[in-house]
Design a protein around this ligand. Sequence first.
Ligand code: NAD
Ligand code: UD1
Length: 341
Amino acid sequence: MTKKILVTGGAGYIGSHTCLLLLEAGFEVVVVDNLCNSSLESLRRVEKLTNQFIRFYKVDLTDFDSLSKVFDDHTFHSVIHFAGLKAVGESAEIPLHYYEQNIGSTINLLKVMQANNCKRFVFSSSATVYGDPASVPITEDFPISATNPYGRTKLFIEEILRDQSKADKDWQIVLLRYFNPVGAHKSGMIGEDPQGIPNNLMPFISQVAVGKRDKLSVFGDDYDTPDGTGVRDYIHVLDLADAHVKSVQKIDQFRGVTTLNLGTGKGVSVLEMVKAFEKGSRKSVAYQIVDRRPGDIAECWADPAKALEVLGWNAKLGLEAMIEDTWRWQSNNPLGYEPSE
Ligand code: NAD
Ligand code: UD1
């Protein structure tokens, strides 16, 4: 029988790419999303690309009763939980909202799952839980900490999941710690559609290249890195999505909590990214060096060996594909999912 997966936040950036790969892998997909940071158009396009149907519920996960009703309609094999707010700066301005939305939602979801005896859970965590790591590359056993409310929501949710797994040994939980997701589907039909001014590097660069913004501010060139700018582990969103498919395929072999880094194991600096983007898009990307961004760290890249060992997963797409695919999405959809006329 076809396995049915509940994808929370499935209309968002990483969720929509994962829905696509889940459908291609033969799963049935149900999405719950309140569309606070996404558009239903992403899922319509996934349906077009796969020629398959996605059952969609516009539900806020903080609404326990509406969420329960979704579980009345379906029996899920497992849940992939992407839904959440993710803007670091905003989380410091409205921390209670972030705690309510991210942690409140997750507790509701876990309670509804428990009540329905659905105990396979894949969670979107982040490399942000490593705080300012003592060294690189980072392995999963590094100490965890947080420097802002967003990061603390990830950390607390990880702890909640560890507690739940200790209390009830039937839970099978995969914590996926993403490094820096970038890129888009090869078709150029789905991609990242940030609202307002992008916080993250790649969407900002691509909006400069397409002429939507004047120039990139490079946040500091005095870090202890080869060219002085910040170094990160950028990972193609399709590689990330593939790790989620493999997680639900293998989850029955896991017991308790399995924690995995999802990165490429390679660090790229801000200036290297600018140069590579100019080459890939054949557009110039104007930039100026400005002060460091508060809370930023010098270097962050993964040791992804455990994901290979446990999941049989490793990142296959390199920087060139990340840039090519971002650029195709950005130039085909300069206004994101908004209609262009
Ligand atoms: P996104 O904003 O594109 O997707 C999140 C989705 O969740 C959106 O569609 C939004 O409408 C929905 N949502 C938010 N709160 C909700 C609620 N209360 N009820 C129902 N739906 C809700 O973000 P993304 O980049 O696809 O990230 C997905 C997950 O991965 C998030 O949990 C994020 O914190 C985590 N993550 C993202 C990154 C990144 O750089 N993109 C890095 C590490 C971890
Ligand atoms: C940010 C978040 C982190 C989150 C991660 C992935 C902060 C402080 N941290 O981390 O919690 O897990 O995104 O979503 O926001 N840069 C510029 N100019 C820009 C944007 C970024 O120079 O306009 C630089 C940054 O200083 C950094 C690199 O580019 O060196 C990558 O930045 P970004 O894409 O925001 O990711 P992170 O800093 O890793």
